[in-house]
Design a protein around this ligand. Structure first.
Ligand code: BGC
Length: 738
């Protein structure tokens, strides 16, 4: 028999389970050899999924030797039971394995991709989505998700912009917390909660030219003011793990970066969880030109503060010698092992290593009707009505004939998006076609695929144009394939791919006066400069998930009123990138009264403004903002002031509105962005109804890192506005006084 049971009995006599698990970890560690401690820092992959290059590993052997502490891509009750049994019954100490997986926007029931979820600005819904994901994942033996991705990104070329919460730091901080709360719940020892992981630490979203894994050069001010805060927010929310990233940051790869991993994460923020590398990211210190060989890479990784080596074979092979040679301090190994064991304790795995392994739960938890109902609601709330000329939407269910055209009309494969975990790509997701079939009789529906997403075969154009002519309204469902965003899916061209734009043009030419609606599935901001002139309405549904087709139909026919707003700027063309709402003013801003003035910071071919701004999103109703009030012109450093506005639903539908608070610090010891989101509230207003929305502002909201990297406020004038999007000019201000 192994020592596990002896330890449990020993520990059980001293403490009840919930008490003092740090001491329990110490008592286990006192029995562990150096190599066994190193074993806890090693992770390999199972065969249920592949999320990176193939790395051969003899899992059974490594587990038996005590050379593996965690696995990724291993799941299901049967699968995890078999593996866990080896760890418990066939190793000297019987320390349970930790099973991790990328549960990113749902596990079985898939929610919209994360960029879409963020467009709901609905923290409760985001938390619910990750709670449901944790329910489903934990029922399949998973203890730990590699989510949330909290990388800010202002880079639509970067495919992974789809995995984040967009470009804004204030919103991303709140969203990071919502995800962590949803995944981890209120008690990690419950078998339906899982460890969350804030990734990819850090600044991965600023990859040069939007090319994945690429270099990042960034001043410490920008790092601290924009890219670090969502990670800090995750720590504040109690996130248990972090993942270091692939990119280098100012010459030092982030998986070998002592400054970010030890000085900031551990020493400044007091993070008590553990850090896992990204997939072979410690090995990649070699091609980065930062480590001379594998041994060197292992040394740098552990010394920098990466506690667990994902897929790399480095810690397992080299750390022991490195400690013996004095190149890695044993204290670092002890610390890493302790942090990992603590996580296992918190999950209750030392109490019962099989607690996530329950066949009945596995069989009854996935795709529960209430999960699907939530997914439908959330998908609708995440969609953004970008354009709606002449009230083209909603469509009437009495329309005689509607033509549905495009490669994504009947799709149930791409619709769940990238990183869709164990979401079934066949037979489960509702296509848009199935969704609209709930609203229309079959004789009202005309359908033609028209073309593929990427192939340039135009042979389907004829049929598409012919049915468009027979219809009273036309709905195009087009966009990217799911594999065109996510990891290793950067694009230099932000147009709707393939010959789809050509088909849109031809359909407009054939139907000059007909209502054309473009429903878009995509994982990034696209360049829609041509399409805005060709179609009447554009509904951005991202990749909306399992119930996306039904949710889209709910929106198209006005059963649900669109309420999502963009969390990322849509440029006019790729040459404007990076473009984001909270830029700096420059020394030569374009004057309001003379936009064409020479020698100003502008382009000669397109305006500076984007096509769709951050915070933009239409509704079937209209909202009026009036009666802006500030409780005082002066804010004192220990006080607060209130800003309020009356919002009235002036249109013909009930609806939600996302009310946004922006502030501009006019003068700083380092320059401040032209506007910054500092608050938001999603309200519901019936037709004709008004509400007063009030925001409280304190100095905490005005702090930033100055050139000495001190976090504080500077007295002076601050402009303020409450607005429906980031597209407004300030009219009010207050003074911050000492
Ligand atoms: C990705 C991570 C992911 C990991 C494990 C990597 O390639 O960058 O986001 O969590 O693989 O699948």
């Amino acid at each position: 028999r192994n020592l596990f049971f002896i330890i449990i009995i020993f520990c059980g006599g001293l403490f009840s389970f919930s008490q003092n698990y740090k001491a329990k970890v110490d008592s286990i560690m006192s029995l562990m050899t150096l190599q066994e401690k190193i074993g806890q820092t090693v992770m390999y992959g199972g065969s249920w999924d592949q999320t990176g290059p193939i790395v051969g590993a003899d899992n059974g052997k490594y587990i038996r030797e005590g050379n593996m502490g965690a696995m990724l891509n291993a799941m299901s009750v049967k699968g995890t039971l078999d593996l866990q049994k080896v760890a418990i019954e066939e190793t000297r100490l019987g320390i349970p394995l930790l099973f991790g997986y990328d549960v990113i926007h749902g596990h079985r029931t898939i929610f919209p991709i994360n960029l879409g979820l963020s467009a709901s600005w609905d923290l409760k819904m985001i938390e619910e989505s990750s709670r449901i994901a944790a329910e489903e994942a934990s029922a399949e033996g998973i203890h730990w998700t590699f989510a949330p991705m909290v990388d800010i990104s202002r880079e639509p070329r970067w495919g992974r912009i789809s995995e984040g919460a967009g470009e804004d730091v204030f919103l991303a901080n709140k969203i990071a917390k919502a995800y962590v709360k949803g995944f981890q719940g209120d008690d990690l020892s419950k078998p339906n909660t899982i460890l969350a992981c804030a990734k990819h630490y850090v600044a991965y979203g600023a990859a040069q030219a939007g090319r994945d894994y690429h270099t990042v050069n960034m001043g410490e001010g920008e790092l601290r003011n924009v890219y670090l805060p969502p990670f800090k927010a995750a720590v504040d929310a109690g996130v248990e793990t972090f993942m270091s990233a692939f990119n280098e940051l100012n010459g030092v790869p982030t998986s070998g970066n002592k400054f970010t991993l030890r000085d900031i994460l551990r020493d400044e923020w007091n993070f008590e969880g553990f850090v896992v590398s990204d997939y072979t990211s410690i090995n990649e210190l070699i091609p980065h030109g930062f480590a001379k060989d594998s041994i060197d890479a292992a040394r740098i990784g552990m010394n920098a503060g990466v506690d667990m080596d994902m897929m790399g074979h480095l810690y397992r092979k080299f750390l022991k010698n490195l400690v013996e040679e004095g190149k890695v301090s044993e204290a670092y190994i002890n610390d890493a092992c302790r942090r990992i064991l603590l996580a296992k304790y918190k999950l209750g795995l030392f109490d019962d290593p099989y607690r996530y392994i329950n066949e009945e739960r596995e069989n009854t938890t996935k795709y529960k009707p209430e999960f699907l109902a939530k997914a439908r609601e959330i998908a609708a709330a995440s969609s953004v009505l970008l354009q709606n000329n002449n009230e083209a939407l909603p469509l009437s269910t009495n329309t005689k004939k509607i033509a549905f055209i495009g490669p994504l009309v009947k799709d149930e494969y791409d619709i769940i998006g990238n990183w869709a975990a164990k979401g079934d790509r066949q037979g489960k997701a509702l296509s848009v076609f199935e969704g609209i079939s709930e609203y229309l009789n079959s004789d009202q529906i005309l359908y033609a695929k028209g073309c593929d997403i990427l192939k340039d075969d135009e042979s389907g154009f004829g049929e598409a144009i012919s049915i468009s002519k027979q219809a009273d309204a036309i709905v195009l469902v087009m966009g990217e394939g799911h594999h065109m965003s996510g990891e290793a899916a950067s694009r230099t061209n932000l147009k709707i791919p393939g010959i789809q734009p050509k088909l849109i043009k031809k359909i407009r030419e054939a139907n000059p006066n007909k209502k054309i609606i473009l429903v878009l599935m995509n994982g990034r901001p696209l360049n829609l400069s041509d399409e805005v002139n060709l179609v009447d309405a554009i509904l951005e549904i991202w990749f909306p998930g399992t119930m996306g087709g039904a949710a889209t139909a709910d929106l198209l026919f006005g059963e649900v009123n669109p309420s999502g707003k963009l969390t990322v700027t849509f440029p006019r063309n790729v040459g404007q990138v990076p473009i984001y709402y909270n830029m700096k003013n420059t020394g030569r801003p374009i004057p309001d009264n003379n936009p064409k003035e020479d020698y100003k910071s502008n382009y000669i071919d397109v305006p500076n403004s984007p096509l769709f701004v951050f915070g933009h999103g239409l509704s079937y109703t209209t909202f009026k903002y009036s009666d802006f009030k500030l409780s005082s012109q002066n804010l004192y450093t220990n006080g607060t002031i209130q800003a309020s506005v009356t919002v009235t639903n002036t249109g013909n539908y009930d609806g939600h509105e996302i009310v946004q608070l922006y502030i501009h610090d006019k003068v700083g010891s380092v320059t401040r962005p032209v506007k910054e989101l500092k608050g938001f509230e999603k309200i519901f207003l019936k037709q004709g109804e008004s509400k007063i929305v009030t925001f409280e502002i304190s100095v905490e909201d005005l702090k930033f890192y100055n050139s000495e990297m001190k976090f504080g406020v500077e007295p002076g004038e601050f402009e303020i506005a409450i607005a429906p999007s980031s597209d407004f000019r300030f009219k009010h201000s207050f003074n911050l006084l000492d």
